[in-house]
Design a protein around this ligand. Structure first.
Ligand code: FES
Length: 575
């Protein structure tokens, strides 16, 4: 039997338990909102951290879902308080939502710390919102449960299913090659996003929400439910009910996020063919819980994890199909021998208990292991003189013949240089060239945008080339594909070896041996390094200035150095 908290042990009791002058302010202002003392005194106060905003299309159902969460909180005897947080709308926010991931993490932590909160429901799903909310909640370490946005319905165009992102890249390449008209392009725009919910390919959103479930942060089966399905609304209410119990049980994130559950999350990501962005996010999430995760753990676990989710971009289907096929619980049951099934989760049961009885209903979508899209190694961590801190590649998303490749570099100094020259008919480039983008990392871009899938030069597209080796210190959308080497660390902006590459240098990619080498002598590299000049910082003031002082490199999780780890932060004094 789990020991239960007493009402006077609730954290919020510090605000509301006294009858002094300060508590007068707290009581009178709750009364101002129309509540009686009996509505909240002695009850768990639940913050609903809502990343709703008019600008976040993926969370456009979150006003309604927040009401459904509240209903559950009230039914279970809690008192819900909705607290908005920055929405991080992936498509709209510039230069990239990644610049602001740590801001949402910090905001989440400080909202929970500074207000009378006993537990939290974290409402997210659009790409960076999930890791950010988890990071903040783990650092604050109050009882917390994640309420995933759910994927949107399949896109549709002329009776063809359309996948977020993946089909944009595909049809954009066809449009540039002259095979898709302006009118067809407009139809594609209208048909690809048909409902609330996050991207419904195995992009960063589906990857990180699934990682959250495998970490133990959601009710079982929650993340696969399409946003528009009525079961999603019921899951929201169940989530609200559960958090109240979690407060009484004092079940906190660091009680269930540990080395075993982090491995479960990584294994899940790999079996799903998840986004490379998850490498950066999971390092940050794990380190917030005191798990010293290195990017090499992804490579180790990839060697024994089959990619069995037949979902785009690696596979054929979409998240709606995945749900009907049994969803994440069914997939996890299938790979149960690779998971630590005794890891705890938010509902108080183990992962193994939560997936018991799950079934696969469509073996074309959740593949049997003998038919895995990739038997092992769906994600690889590369090292070499070009990436001493490491780099990542998703071999499953690349044309196989490029996985061992030696070719001359075509170097772009930054994104604008690339945009200006990539389609220049005079650009000296062949299908064997290695496209290199510099200054696209955490400090260089800034914000490490998803520029890592450099476009194929138009003149090569017209000849039928659809993949090339591309190298950058940027990230790549999880919905993208190609032989793209990403997250090169340290980045070029801080003088990493990527900064020293010149057009014409030979670069060798050898995924089987996990190598990325610049075939230039040490003496020549030393000469170039001596001539290299440190660029000026990007920001003089504001959040950007704070960011550039404290952001860590991709292999370290891209967290702020002052937010890493588990050092305690004092609770606020109630004066
Ligand atoms: Fe929100 Fe893709 S734009 S998840």
């Amino acid at each position: 039997m789990t020991a239960r908290k007493k009402p006077e042990e609730l954290r919020s009791h510090r605000w509301f338990g006294a009858s002094d002058m300060r508590a007068f302010g707290h009581h009178s202002r709750v009364a101002q909102m129309g509540y009686s003392r009996s509505d909240y005194l002695g009850k768990p106060i639940i913050a609903i951290i809502n990343t709703w905003s008019d600008i976040n299309a993926c969370h456009s159902h979150f006003r309604q879902r927040a009401e459904e969460v509240k209903r559950g909180v009230l039914q279970a005897g809690g008192f819900p308080l909705e607290m908005p947080a920055i929405a991080l709308a992936e498509v709209f926010q510039k230069p990239t939502t990644m610049l602001y991931r740590n801001l949402l993490a910090l905001e989440t932590e400080e909202l929970l710390r500074s207000y009378p909160v006993d537990g939290a429901v974290l409402m997210g799903g659009c790409d960076k919102t999930t890791p950010a909310l988890l990071m903040g909640a783990i650092s604050m370490n109050l009882p917390a449960i994640f309420m995933p946005a759910g994927p949107m319905l399949r896109g549709n165009w002329r009776d063809q299913p359309l996948g977020s992102g993946s089909d944009v890249w595909k049809y954009w390449a066809e449009k540039r090659a002259g095979k898709v008209s302006d009118e067809q392009w407009a139809e594609l725009e209208d048909g690809i996003a048909r409902s609330p919910g996050h991207c419904m390919t195995m992009g960063t959103a589906s990857t990180m929400t699934s990682a959250a479930e495998a970490l133990g942060f959601t009710l079982p089966g929650a993340v696969s439910i399409p946003a528009a399905d009525s079961r999603h609304a019921r899951m929201a209410t169940d989530t609200g009910r559960r958090i109240v119990e979690m407060v009484w049980e004092d079940l906190k994130p660091r009680d269930f996020v540990g080395a075993a559950s982090v491995d479960n999350a990584i294994t899940t990501i790999l079996a799903l063919g998840g986004s490379t962005n998850a490498v950066v996010h999971m390092v940050a999430v794990a380190r917030r819980a005191g798990v010293a995760l290195s990017i090499d753990r992804f490579d180790e676990l990839a060697r024994k994890t089959p990619l069995v989710a037949n979902i785009r971009p690696a596979g054929k289907f979409l998240m709606e199909d995945f749900y009907y096929a049994g969803g994440l619980r069914a997939l996890l049951k299938d790979i149960g021998d690779l998971l630590a099934l005794d890891a705890r989760t938010v509902n108080g049961r183990t992962l193994g208990e939560n997936i018991a009885g799950a079934e696969v209903f469509n073996r074309d979508v959740i593949l049997p292991r003998e038919k895995a899209l990739v038997a092992s190694g769906s994600l690889a961590v590369l090292r070499g003189n070009l990436a001493p801190g490491g780099a990542v590649i998703k071999p499953a998303a690349a044309e196989p013949q490029l996985l061992k490749h030696l070719g001359p570099a075509v170097v772009f100094a930054d994104y604008n240089d690339m945009a200006a020259r990539i389609d220049d008919p005079a650009l000296a480039v062949t299908a064997d060239s290695v496209l290199v983008l510099q200054n696209a990392g955490p400090l260089g871009a800034p914000g490490m945008p998803e520029w890592g899938q450099l476009p194929i030069p138009k003149k090569l597209l017209e000849k039928g080339v659809r993949d090339m080796v591309r190298i950058s210190d940027a990230r790549m959308s999880g919905t993208s594909y190609g032989a793209c080497v990403l997250h090169v660390a340290p980045e070029s902006f801080v003088g990493g070896p990527l900064a020293l590459v010149r057009t014409g240098d030979l670069i060798e990619l050898d995924v089987a041996n996990r190598r990325l080498e610049l075939k230039v002598s040490d003496a020549e590299l030393a000469r170039r390094r001596a001539a290299w000049k440190k660029p000026e910082p990007r920001y003089e003031r504001g959040y950007g200035a704070l960011y550039q002082r404290h952001i860590t490199q991709a292999d370290e999780g891209y967290d702020f150095d002052f937010l890493e780890g588990t050092a305690p932060t004092a609770e606020p004094e109630i004066h």
